[in-house]
Structures are given as structure tokens and as C-alpha cells.
Design a protein around this ligand. Structure first.
Ligand code: SF4
Ligand code: SF4
Length: 316
């Protein structure tokens, strides 16, 4: 009987993992559809509008994709003095209905991080106090962005000359505020451009030509390296999309719940917490439903690996 249950558990684990990997890889290829166009000599330009407002974070300068993600369009509209009520409404509705499913199953940057974590190296847990402090970083980034872009939008409609001066001083941050902090920007734009410059110049001079560039390069390399040991490091602590989405997803209709009858607790088990890539203290969350303060990305690792089938999806 025990053997049969273990077999069922393994099958369940495998099927969810396989389905999620297939969805992630398919989404990665579709969002970066230029790869598919190149391989299969097909025209997928009709996907452009769809992926432009997808609820994920992509770089608007990514040469493989036209999509930047809905948050980028909301922020860009605000810099233009517009209040995109429809986009904001659509964004809130998607998160309320799907929680952060798009982070766990669709986002190409999430997929890249999951790929890095899949390296055969044991992952680690961040010290809880450090984890809690670092969680605040993404909220600080989004707050700074809001502080910068709201006055930009106001000057756009009240004082055009001041707007132009302000916009020029902000540089690329004014054009693509969210993409500026996107790991996708580093992987698909900054890094390949830097390698091309180093290749053309025949030395590392381009990397050291600007202290800002060097700092950005170092920070993103550190983020990628840390993702080997700390799953979804960028999602947890840096992603501006994650900051906004987690604030809304706390109120999402789609959640997880834990049966207090089936769950045997941390002392005897605790597997769910050990496998959670977002390091959520699932067993400290209310059992009726939990979102880990909006950090849960609905990857369902905890649900699938729970040996007692104590975790369930809940809607409502
Ligand atoms: S894995 Fe399941 S049984 Fe184990 S602690 Fe988590 S919810 Fe409880
Ligand atoms: S709580 Fe479960 S579903 Fe949410 S991120 Fe952690 S493992 Fe994934």
C-alpha cells in the first residue's frame, strides 16, 4: 500500500513537472517568436500585439521579441501623461483571476532562472532575516520608479519644455522604465551588446569605459550566479513586475490551501517548505489559504511533492 502511494506520488510529481516544463519552454519560444520564425521560416508577426501586453516582464529592447509586458505599457503611458485605466484594470483582473501563474509557468525570465537552478548543484535557503530584508528591494525599486515617472507624466501635460529636459536627463529610464530593471534586458540586450563591443575592440575597454555599465554588469552577473543556489533569486528580490503582482495577488481568488487534518507539520515532514523556490514559510501561513504575502508563483512544487496530499488549489 505504502509502495503504491509512493509510486502515485512520483507519477504525480513527474507529470506536473513535465507539463510545467513543456508550458515554460513553449511560452519562451512563443514570446521570443523570432527564434521560431528563424528555425521554421514562418511569419509570426500576428503574435506581436498579443505578447506586447502579456503579464510577464520582458525587455522592450529584446531583439527576439516585440513584447514588453503589460506593466511596461502602463508605466510608459504614465510617462506620456496618460492614465491607462483599461490596461490597469486588465492587469489587476488577470492577477486576481490567475494569481502569479504567469510568473511560475510563462515568464521567460522565470524559465531561464529555473534552468539555472536545474544545474546539478544543491540549492540553499537564505537566512530568514536576510530573506525578509532582501524582499523589500523590489518594492524600493518600484517606489523609485513611481516617484520618477509620475512627475514626468505631469510635466508632459503641464510644461513641455521641462518634460523634455526631465526626459532627456532620465535617458532610457524614461522610455522603458520597467525594462530598465529587467533581467531580460541584461540577458538579451546588454550582455550580447557588451560581448560584441569587446569582440570588436579586441579588449575589455568597453566594459570599463563607464562605471555605471561596469556596476550593472557586475550586479546582474551576481544575480545570475546566486540563482544557481537560490532559486528565482531575481523574482524574489528584484523584479519590479513581481513587486506589483505580489501586492495584488495577496487578494487573488486563486490560492493554495493546506489541510490541517492531512498535514503532519514541520517536525515530521516540512517537504513543502524545502521545495518552495520562493522560500515561503507555508506552515506559518493560514491553512485556509496562502499566497506567502503574494510571493507564491503557483509553481505547485509544494502541492505535488507533499507526501500526504495536504495542499490543494482553491478558487474563491
Ligand atoms: S509537505 Fe504536506 S504534510 Fe509535509 S509539512 Fe508540507 S503540507 Fe504538511
Ligand atoms: S508556495 Fe508552493 S506553489 Fe507557491 S511558490 Fe512555493 S512551492 Fe510554488
Amino acid at each position: 500500500m505504502v509502495l503504491l502511494n509512493l509510486k502515485n506520488l512520483k507519477l504525480r510529481e513527474k507529470s506536473t513537472n513535465i507539463i510545467r516544463r513543456i508550458v515554460q519552454i513553449s511560452a519562451f519560444l512563443l514570446i521570443n517568436y523570432i527564434i521560431l520564425e528563424f528555425i521554421f521560416s514562418i511569419n509570426l508577426i500576428s503574435l506581436e500585439g498579443f505578447f506586447k501586453v502579456f503579464p510577464v516582464l520582458n525587455s522592450p529592447r529584446n531583439p527576439l521579441s516585440e513584447g514588453a509586458g503589460i506593466l511596461e505599457y502602463i508605466f510608459y503611458s504614465i510617462t506620456q501623461g496618460l492614465f491607462p485605466i483599461l490596461l490597469i484594470g486588465a492587469f489587476i483582473l488577470i492577477i486576481l483571476l490567475t494569481n502569479r501563474f504567469f510568473c511560475g509557468w510563462i515568464c521567460p525570465i522565470g524559465t531561464i532562472q529555473d534552468g539555472i537552478t536545474a544545474l546539478p548543484i544543491d540549492t540553499k535557503s537564505m537566512k530568514m532575516t536576510t530573506h525578509k530584508t532582501l524582499l523589500k528591494v523590489k518594492y524600493i525599486i518600484i517606489a523609485l520608479l513611481v516617484i520618477l515617472i509620475i512627475p514626468l507624466g505631469i510635466t508632459r501635460v503641464t510644461d513641455l519644455a521641462l518634460y523634455v529636459e526631465f526626459r532627456d536627463n532620465l535617458g532610457p529610464l524614461a522610455q522603458k522604465p520597467i525594462g530598465f530593471f529587467s533581467l531580460s534586458e541584461f540577458i538579451f540586450v546588454f550582455f550580447p551588446n557588451m560581448i560584441a563591443s569587446i569582440w570588436t575592440s579586441g579588449g575589455l575597454a568597453p566594459l570599463f569605459s563607464d562605471i555605471g555599465l561596469l556596476a550593472m554588469f557586475a550586479i546582474y552577473i551576481i544575480i545570475i550566479v546566486l540563482s544557481v543556489w537560490y532559486p528565482r533569486f531575481y523574482c524574489r528580490y528584484i523584479c519590479p513586475f513581481g513587486a506589483v503582482a505580489s501586492t495584488i495577488s495577496t487578494f487573488s481568488f486563486l490560492k493554495l490551501s493546506r489541510s490541517p487534518v492531512k498535514c503532519v507539520g514541520r517536525q515530521e515532514c516540512g517537504i513543502c517548505e524545502r521545495v518552495c523556490p520562493k522560500q515561503i514559510r507555508i506552515l506559518d501561513e493560514p491553512y485556509q489559504f496562502f499566497t506567502g504575502n503574494g510571493e507564491c508563483n503557483m509553481c505547485l512544487e509544494c502541492k505535488e511533492k507533499c507526501p500526504y496530499a495536504a495542499i490543494n488549489i482553491k478558487f474563491g
